[in-house]
Design a protein around this ligand. Sequence first.
Ligand SMILES: NC(=O)c1ccc[n+]([C@@H]2O[C@H](COP(=O)([O-])OP(=O)(O)OC[C@H]3O[C@@H](n4cnc5c(N)ncnc54)[C@H](OP(=O)(O)O)[C@@H]3O)[C@@H](O)[C@H]2O)c1
Ligand SMILES: *[C@@H]1O[C@H](CO)[C@@H](O)[C@H](O)[C@H]1NC(C)=O
Ligand SMILES: *[C@@H]1O[C@H](CO)[C@@H](O)[C@H](O)[C@H]1NC(C)=O
Ligand SMILES: *[C@@H]1O[C@H](CO)[C@@H](O)[C@H](O)[C@H]1NC(C)=O
Length: 311
Amino acid sequence: MLRQINSFILSILLIGLAIVRAEENVSLTQKLTVTLPSGDRMPVIGYGTSRIRGDDKVKEALDHALSVGYRLFDTAEAYENEESIGKALKELLPKHNLTRKDIFITSKVASRPESSGANSYISLSRSLRRLDTSYVDLYLIHSPEYWSSVAANSNVNFSEIRDLTWKQLVKGQKDGLARNIGVSNYNIDHLKELLSNDYGVKPAVNQVHWNPEYHQDDLLEFCKSNNIALQAYFSLGGDKHKIALLDNQEVKKVADKLGKTPGQVVLRWAVQQNVLIIPKSLSRIHMIQNLDLNFQISEDDMKILSNLQKS
Ligand SMILES: NC(=O)c1ccc[n+]([C@@H]2O[C@H](COP(=O)([O-])OP(=O)(O)OC[C@H]3O[C@@H](n4cnc5c(N)ncnc54)[C@H](OP(=O)(O)O)[C@@H]3O)[C@@H](O)[C@H]2O)c1
Ligand SMILES: *[C@@H]1O[C@H](CO)[C@@H](O)[C@H](O)[C@H]1NC(C)=O
Ligand SMILES: *[C@@H]1O[C@H](CO)[C@@H](O)[C@H](O)[C@H]1NC(C)=O
Ligand SMILES: *[C@@H]1O[C@H](CO)[C@@H](O)[C@H](O)[C@H]1NC(C)=O
């Protein structure tokens, strides 16, 4: 009887210890940041918000995200949730004993004629109004060209549009509307073009599609050598391709070996290459797992994962 009670107490202690240790690891990766050229620190792991819409849904998601430790929120004019995020943060920051400066907000100018080019400064101001804040931490050009439906029957010089847009973003940064500015979906040629005529400000970040099945290693090298932080989207494969990626036998093998989930393995694969991530999840368990990346994938397994690249 006494032995049973003792082993019961021991297992409670061990579970408690495991939780404390897991939380220690979460807080370790949660607190990881990179320093941008402005001197601002940007969390390595952020929270993606695309397709999370409506005041109630956004508030619930952000409440969970803040409580488990997310401090970076990635949105965009095109996600149609900036206003809901603004309202939610007004209420949630005090609830979590946080202020605006404790969090990092990214937004993006939509790649369509009404928003980008000469209209970009106004778009930035509108995003601030919707987010109910006087600045965003990072403002990105969402895409180097208009989205396909618009581009189909237009005859636009996108090089000129990119140049006009960047000029407006630089003005936005000088005026304090955006603390940092950057780009998204830019390839090496787009970056070279921008760096050759940057109005005195280089892009701090390039946010691109990045996971074991889809990665441009030369782009990462180019970004590293130009001090541009590469941030991944679809790092879990996105809603459409996550099943194929997370069910992949090689990913599962590495996960089993490390005692982690497939999701954690593909996220760690990105972080271990100094790529920043913004996984999206509505599940509290996934939210916690996605911050718990304080483990090491061996060089051999990193190669196996990188070789899942589809041509
Ligand atoms: N710049 C751009 O052009 C661009 C394009 C696309 C996306 N983005 C940004 O990047 C963010 C991330 O992309 P995304 O949301 O499309 O895709 P994602 O983060 O790759 O995948 C999200 C999906 O993965 C699931 N998931 C999350 N954690 C998981 C885990 N640990 N294990 C298993 N499944 C998990 C989520 O479902 P549950 O809710 O069930 O967890 C959700 O269905 C977006 O929210 C957006 O902010 C930017
Ligand atoms: C925390 O991370 C260390 C490696 O830094 C690892 O050895 C340990 O097992 C992890 N703990 C938990 C509970 O995941
Ligand atoms: C916020 O701070 C107050 C007072 O310092 C404390 O009582 C409360 O538990 C804190 N709440 C959270 C969510 O940390
Ligand atoms: C597009 O605009 C750029 C200037 O941004 C110019 O150098 C280039 O010649 C233009 N291309 C065409 C096809 O007009």
